[in-house]
Write a protein that binds this ligand. Structure first.
Ligand code: RB5
Length: 147
């Protein structure tokens, strides 16, 4: 299961990605925004990432105007490794090397074609493990020492 969320800056791109996921038969939970009304990106990040923390969703795709604000918020939640991407190389390597569980994109930065390509790569690429597992474990340790 995938979870989606967006603020008003990312709402339209979220809707485009939903059409793409529907066409592929990928199931998702949409945490909103449902209308494109002005909402605060930390609230939307929280709604989506809680679904990952609870185990209801395995991965998330989140959106704001730049993808930056909502990714900062997501990365403040335990167990979340969120990468803001605007190229397919980064979408691939953040799975291979960082085991990212959330992809963030900017609705004012990338178009729907590129966004959907990044979504496919992000969802289909497995974590490489090995030496990268040690580094990802160190990310979790940083969280434990959060000050
Ligand atoms: C909202 O106008 C905008 O600031 C937000 O979508 C995002 O880009 C923040 O990082």
């Amino acid at each position: 299961m995938i979870v989606l969320a967006a603020d008003h800056g990312g709402y339209l791109l979220k809707e485009e990605v939903k059409k793409h996921l529907d066409a592929k038969g990928v199931q998702y939970i949409d945490c909103g925004s449902y209308t494109g009304e002005s909402v605060d990106y930390p609230d939307m990040a929280k709604l989506a990432c809680e679904k990952i923390q609870s185990g209801e969703a395995e991965k998330g795709i989140i959106f704001c105007g730049t993808g930056i604000g909502i990714s900062i918020a997501a990365n403040k939640m335990k167990g979340i490794r969120c990468c803001v991407c605007s190229d397919t190389f980064s979408a691939k390597y953040t799975r291979l090397h960082n085991d990212a569980n959330v992809l963030s994109m900017g609705g004012r930065v990338v178009g729907p074609g590129l966004a959907c390509e990044m979504v496919d790569i992000f969802l289909e690429t497995e974590f490489e493990g090995g030496r990268h597992a040690r580094r990802v474990e160190k990310l979790a340790q940083l969280e434990e020492n959060w000050k």
